[in-house]
Design a binder for this molecule. Structure first.
Ligand SMILES: [Zn+2]
Length: 235
């Protein structure tokens, strides 16, 4: 057994010589004692610790007066020009799905400790339009959900909510117009009626408009469904 471990470690060192592993956030070469994220970036992560809050969190408040959500959790604070921005950028644009799985597992470990997420029927990643997913190679919310699903032993469902249209650029629109724009771009299948509690998974929450419109669309089919929201970051 010991020899086998030594051999695996030896082979991974050789592997590192041939294909050096680099930090998924800052791209610095990792030592053999580090995986995915270097220790500097790990220490620099702006963890929200929202799971320890007894008062409403920033993510909770984003939905106030808009739609009913059961629980929310965001793992990191989005900070400009810092590690969390690099992580989100690399996850979305630098073809690093393993970054999503890595943080999904960290989120899953955290949520496993919470009573609020004990009875979840499905994790549903916020869908991308299929053309966009094809170009990017993966859906960043889905790779997060894969990691969460593994740790929580809850199935992921990527078929029940479908994005039917590309959304136009939303940045120049008011909140009301934005809502109008995204309101008709999601289609919800009847499978949603089989669930009692689902968790919507997204990479980052900013205004919450996209999640709000998905929740509105879901409520038309299953008004009593418990819906929780989990994101990697909150801006
Ligand atoms: Zn790093």
């Amino acid at each position: 057994m010991r020899t086998q471990i030594k051999l695996i470690s030896f082979l991974s060192d050789i592997g590192n010589l041939i294909f050096p592993q680099s930090c998924l956030a800052c791209e610095k070469e990792l030592s053999r004692f580090e995986s995915h994220i270097c220790s500097f970036c790990k220490n620099d992560l702006p963890l929200t610790n929202f799971h320890l809050f007894t008062e409403p969190t920033h993510t909770d408040k984003l939905f106030w007066g808009r739609v009913q959500v059961s629980n929310t959790y965001s793992h990191l604070f989005f900070e400009k020009n810092k590690t969390s921005q690099a992580i989100l950028f690399n996850l979305k644009y630098k073809n690093k799905p393993e970054l999503g799985v890595y943080f999904g597992k960290a989120i899953g470990e955290t949520l496993k400790q919470s009573h609020n997420y004990k009875h979840i029927d499905a994790l549903i990643p916020v869908p991308l339009h299929h053309k966009k997913e094809f170009i990017r190679g993966y859906n960043q919310s889905e790779v997060l959900a894969v990691g969460i699903a593994e740790k929580m032993a809850v199935p992921m469902d990527k078929a029940t909510i479908i994005r039917t249209k590309h959304s136009e650029s939303q940045t120049k629109k008011s909140r009301f117009q934005r809502w109008d724009n995204v309101n008709e771009i999601f289609r919800i299948s009847d499978k949603i009626m089989e669930y009692r509690h689902i968790v919507l998974v997204d990479d980052v929450i900013t205004t919450g408009s996209t999640l709000e419109s998905i929740i509105q669309a879901i409520r038309k089919k299953n008004p009593d469904l418990l819906i929780s929201v989990v994101t990697l970051a909150v801006a």
